[in-house]
Design a protein around this ligand. Structure first.
Ligand code: ZN
Ligand code: ZN
Length: 346
């Protein structure tokens, strides 16, 4: 079978390898689609300090089931989560599951951009396989993981009643965050984004106001207008640029929260006025990744119709053209979310 992997900086290639077979307690899945995430692009650029496995937003059909597996059967339409916490360490005991030291050691094999991938026993046992409701199409399914990341972030920061939220950076995860904040009761949600295509996707999803961040005065005026001059309750940094993180600290209200949500550039520093943060009581809260309860909650929101996300997938590219999919995903004026499709997509 074929799968996509990193072959040095800036290069993703398709390679042949034997199809994985499920061991005891394991499952293999035939790929329908897997989203290209911003972190996949950062791995390609060599800007992400993790192992180079690509593809972590896969949906597909169960191909084979190892002995002892219950609850899923061959042919089931499923989403698979690549990382699972151990639920037994000190970090997990405090509820900080995605920061579990074992979390990112777990993974699907050989990644999500593969005709067939193997789901290890620990992922199966810890409920990382979610059966998709018939109402959830492959596009929405491939967005469950990034949407789960947004929900995990919202839970970490806490969304106040009648919240005002500004999302800085309307890439796919920023758009999902903005739509979730709206679905969960935020009264005003604004967004900043350079790409007109992505601003339009936000407006289609009911976001109140979108702005080009290069017009800093307009952004400031819009936030002041929407919040009686106070600043937003929550400013979400959904991009990796440190200058955007600084801008976020200046747009939140007294006692408000800046959520570091996008993967920051490696080695970047927060260049903020620390005395201002101190005197205004601004919290800076990072959030990374997600776990099964949030993914299941997002799935329920999609099934109920409270959250609509499928339209964010603008391009579906077959696995044999994975390099094109990566190029496209890196062009915000042309694409919102790009998925790589596999043999089960039909
Ligand atoms: Zn991702
Ligand atoms: Zn743990």
């Amino acid at each position: 079978m074929r799968y996509g992997r990193l072959a040095g900086p800036g290069t993703v290639v398709l390679e042949e390898r034997p199809e994985p077979s499920p061991g005891d307690g394991e499952v293999t899945v035939s790929l329908a689609a897997c989203g290209v995430c911003g972190t996949d692009l950062e791995k390609l650029r060599g800007n992400y300090r993790t192992a180079g496995v690509l593809g972590h937003e896969p949906v597909g059909r169960v191909a084979r089931v190892g002995t002892g597996v219950t609850g899923v059967a061959v042919g089931d339409r499923v989403f698979v989560h690549h990382h699972v916490p151990c639920y037994s360490c000190e970090v997990c005991a405090r509820g900080d599951y995605t920061f579990c030291p074992n979390y990112s050691k777990t993974n699907i094999d050989p990644g999500g951009f593969a005709e067939t991938f193997r789901v290890p026993r620990e992922n199966v046992e810890r409920h990382a396989i979610l059966k998709l409701d018939p109402k959830v199409d492959w596009d929405a399914g491939a967005l469950l993981e990034p949407a789960g990341c947004a929900l995990t972030a919202i839970h970490r920061v806490g969304l106040p009643d009648r919240a005002t939220v500004l999302v800085l950076g309307l890439g796919p995860v920023g758009l999902l965050y903005a739509r979730l904040a709206r679905a969960l009761g935020a009264t005003w949600v604004g967004g900043t984004e350079i790409s007109a295509l992505r601003r339009a996707a936000a407006e289609r999803g009911g976001i109140d106001l979108t702005l080009d961040p290069r017009d800093e005065a307009a952004v400031r005026a819009a936030v002041e207008g929407a919040t009686h001059g106070r600043g937003v309750d929550l400013a979400v940094v959904a991009t990796g640029h440190p200058s955007v993180a600084r801008a976020a600290t200046e747009l939140v209200r007294r006692g408000g929260t800046v959520n570091l949500f996008g993967l920051p550039e490696a080695g970047s520093r927060l260049d903020a006025d620390l005395q201002d943060l101190y005197l205004r009581g601004v919290r800076v809260v990072p959030s990374y990744a997600t776990t099964e309860p949030e993914i299941a909650e997002v799935h329920r929101l999609v099934v109920s119709g409270a959250l609509s996300i499928s339209d964010l997938v603008t391009h579906r590219v077959p696995l044999e053209r994975i390099a094109d999919a990566f190029r496209l995903a890196g062009r915000p004026e042309e694409a919102v979310k790009v998925t790589v499709t596999g043999p089960a997509a039909g």
